[in-house]
Design a protein around this ligand. Structure first.
Ligand code: ZN
Length: 89
């Protein structure tokens, strides 16, 4: 009966460590992106429907369902910058 509890504990320890590593990596990436390209780390609004990303002030995001993320995340997810509000500049 102690065997299953021990493996349970070690599994949750594994998960906690994986989460910690993931969080540290994300922080590191965010810091690197912010340090090298100040324009790359700001938040934008992505529209999954059109696979485009926008400045929060763009009129195209008013009617759409959006997801808030950074430019780097949007690019990594395959989103294209909006030609109207030019979120990259
Ligand atoms: Zn736009």
């Amino acid at each position: 009966m102690t065997g299953s509890r021990a493996s349970e504990a070690s599994r949750s320890r594994e998960i906690r460590r994986a989460v910690a590593v993931f969080a540290a990596t994300a922080l590191l990436l965010a810091a690197a992106a912010g340090g090298c390209t100040p324009g790359g780390a700001h938040d934008i609004l992505a529209i999954p429907m059109t696979h485009s990303y926008h400045r929060p002030t763009c009129r195209r995001v008013m009617m759409a369902r959006t997801e808030r993320m950074t430019v780097g995340e949007a690019r990594a997810a395959g989103y294209q910058p909006c030609p109207v509000c030019k979120p990259d500049s």
